[in-house]
Ligand binder design. Structure first.
Ligand code: ARG
Length: 397
């Protein structure tokens, strides 16, 4: 049997709550510290976790990591236009922050091990384990190790006087941070089942969204969003504001089949209004200021960056090398983009930048700056090898 202290990454949900008595009874730890890391979960979840943690554990700690989450993970993901299989990664970005904060507590109090409540089916176990092990701590994952089922957990919770009513109330598994809200499980496990409107919290139904379009201006400095409609805000406030603003227009919903890291396909429903709006604006600004070569190469880098972020491999040297490339390109991504948001859609309608590569004098139909006759020389040799082949073979199509 173990002795000593263990730190538990705590959410207040059923899985992590039953871990508290299990860590004492089954694993033999003497002291359980629960840590709730705030990355933008609903205020009532934070309060509920605090109450439960204080009651069930020896010590409960709440850490506000919202601004760090935004500056260290969310905004870098905007620079990389990060999306996995078509949706802006969110949960994946938050896990390393949560794990790192928990590691810091474990270091401070001299814990023997770090525990989490992940199951053995999802991605989160891999993301948590990776950070915890990289930091030199042993991982304890009771739900995975004991192969627990939900029914067993509910029964055990009752036995241990852990409130399960709230857990029973929602038939879904919901994960939330300031960048993304994900809903899975319950009836949604049938991929053919249409998500009911009541699962959404951040976005208006596009059908019920205002009939009038909302035009919003986003300013960027070196790839980082800094202003909404001319008012400067710190990261977390900008993201929060953008969630409200874009969510009102029904922007940022996603219902998809996702390939988890283990290979399982899962049905996921997401809400991410700010992410959709900010990445749409960012991409558009890049299109104005980056060269064609940079854009083409960066699309590949963005893809690989996103995949590593999805896997939670934040200490992978390739991740840092790709991040360095992205940062280099972002030196010129300064300017602003006007977005038009309307009944679930968002599209750029105007953009400007001091770093713009747009050359109005050259491209305009009215301009005389380009001597059109000189373009003929360029055109003559354009696609030369194909021209030669086609003349020889008289086929090829
Ligand atoms: N599939 C998403 C991911 O791996 C979300 C997982 C967490 N969602 C949840 N409802 N528990 O990033």
């Amino acid at each position: 049997m173990e002795k000593g202290k263990v730190v538990l990454a705590y959410s207040g949900g059923l899985d992590t709550s039953i871990c508290i008595p299990l860590l004492r009874e089954r694993y033999g730890f003497e002291e359980v510290t629960t840590v709730f890391v705030d990355v933008g979960q609903p205020a009532e979840d934070i309060r509920a976790a605090e109450k439960k943690g204080q009651k069930l554990a020896d010590q409960h700690i709440t850490i506000d990591a919202r601004e760090r989450f935004v500056s260290d993970f969310v905004f870098p993901s905007v620079k990389a236009n990060a999306s996995y299989e078509g949706y802006p990664v969110g949960t994946a970005l938050a896990r390393p922050v949560i794990a790192e904060e928990v590691v810091q507590v474990a270091d401070r109090i001299g814990a023997e091990a770090i525990a989490h409540g992940c199951t053995g089916r999802g991605n989160d176990q891999l993301r948590f384990d990776f950070v915890i092990r990289s930091s030199g701590f042993r991982v304890i994952a009771p739900v995975r190790e004991m192969n627990l089922t939900r029914e067993w957990e509910i029964e055990y919770a009752r036995e241990k006087n852990i409130p399960v009513a709230a857990v029973r109330g929602s038939p879904y598994s919901i994960d939330e941070n300031c960048w993304n809200r994900s809903i899975e499980g319950g009836k949604l496990e049938d991929p053919a089942y249409h998500p009911p409107e009541e699962i959404y919290r951040w976005t208006a139904s596009p059908d019920d969204a205002p009939g009038e379009a909302d035009i919003v201006t986003i300013a960027f400095e070196r790839g980082i969003p800094t202003e909404i409609d001319g008012s400067r805000m710190r990261g977390i406030d900008l993201v929060t504001e953008m969630n409200v603003r874009a969510g009102r227009s029904g922007v940022g919903r996603n219902d998809m089949i996702e390939d988890r890291i283990l290979g399982l396909k899962a049905r996921e429903v997401y809400e991410h209004p700010a992410a959709t709006a900010l990445i749409t604006a960012h991409r558009d600004l890049e299109q104005l200021v980056l060269s064609r070569q940079e854009l083409a190469f960066k699309r590949m880098v963005d893809d690989r960056w996103s995949e590593l972020a999805y896997m939670g491999l934040v200490y992978e040297p390739l991740f840092w090398a790709l991040s360095a490339f992205v940062d280099k390109t972002q030196e010129r991504v300064t300017g602003s983009v006007d977005l038009r948001m309307h009944k679930g859609s968002v599209r750029p309608v105007g953009r400007s930048s001091p770093e713009s590569l747009y050359a109005p004098d050259l491209v305009s139909f009215d301009s005389t700056c380009i001597d059109q006759a000189t373009a003929e020389g360029f055109s003559r040799y354009f696609g030369l090898q194909a021209q030669i082949l086609r003349q020889k073979k008289k086929t090829g199509r």
